[in-house]
Design a binder for this molecule. Structure first.
Ligand SMILES: [Mn+2]
Length: 273
């Protein structure tokens, strides 16, 4: 649960992109230095970057080195410098390192491929990041923040609590956690039902799910009038976006969020946005 004052920086999938992480970190550090009460939500898929073939085939989208090991160190360091201000939400790629299904986007087994590159210290730090990660964050101004787009399987946020991965593959909690980690988007009415349930559970009127996991070359999309994604990974450099949200003002709609909170990670040179 985030506070109902201050500001919130929301960033989505990084997939080992250290340059994007450093750009976000500069935004956050500048704000903290200026005395802003800033929270930073990192919405998962920190690790697992492109292989050489993807970088060569689509350089605009994948032409960056896979700096996943350095990102593990960098996120750990910023969390230590600013206790309670940086919130890591687990992604399906990160979850592979906790014993969830291993992903195979850029390597046949990305969990094994990354762990083979890590020092003992980095392996420990990755374990700690993932085992202490959140599955969802609530902003009382009206946002539910997750990696994937949760739906009907997530009956309550409380049911997500407990050891990961869930032990019995047939139970409701297993379905809920995996739906939250792996879904690309929900039909509007499904997300509306979810938001209504979580609003009743938390006592805050939640209107929009902000998630990661997907990609879009325009750097931003709205689904079902109640789900949004600002995109970093999978958008060309000039379209990469993050959110900068005033936690004290109620969010009325996806469009209001777009108007008031959507920012480019690398501002255009002519100053236009
Ligand atoms: Mn993902």
């Amino acid at each position: 649960m985030l506070p109902s004052s201050g500001w919130l920086l929301v960033s989505t999938d990084l997939h080992g992109n250290l340059e994007d992480f450093r750009a976000l970190e500069r935004v956050a550090e500048d704000a903290w230095r200026a005395g802003v009460e800033l929270h930073w939500a990192v919405l998962g898929d920190l690790v697992h970057g492109p292989d050489a073939e993807a970088a060569a085939r689509t350089p605009q989208l994948h032409g960056f080195p896979d700096d996943s090991p350095a990102l593990i160190d960098a996120l750990t360091a910023v969390m230590a410098r600013h206790p309670g201000r940086v919130h890591f939400v687990l992604g399906n790629h990160d979850a592979g390192h906790l014993g969830f299904k291993h992903t195979g986007k850029f390597h046949p087994d990305e969990v094994e491929a990354l762990e083979a590159r890590l020092t003992v210290g980095q392996r420990d730090r990755l374990q700690r990041l993932c085992s202490e990660a959140l599955l969802a964050l609530v902003a009382p101004c009206g946002l539910l923040l997750t990696h994937g787009a949760p739906g009907d399987a997530v009956e309550t946020l409380a049911m997500l609590d407990g050891p990961l991965p869930p032990e019995r593959p047939d139970d409701a909690r297993f379905r809920a956690v995996n739906e939250l980690l792996w879904s690309y988007g929900q039909p509007g009415p499904v997300a509306a039902r979810l938001l209504a349930r979580v609003s009743a559970e938390t006592g805050h009127e939640l209107r929009v799910v902000v998630h990661g996991h997907d990609r879009d070359e325009s750097g931003w999309f709205i689904e079902g009038e109640n789900q949004v994604q600002p995109v970093l990974f999978g958008a060309p450099r000039e379209q990469k976006r993050y959110l900068w949200v005033d936690l004290s003002l109620p969010v009325s709609s996806c469009q209001a969020l777009e108007r008031e909170a959507l920012r480019r990670l690398y501002p255009l040179r002519d100053g236009g946005d």
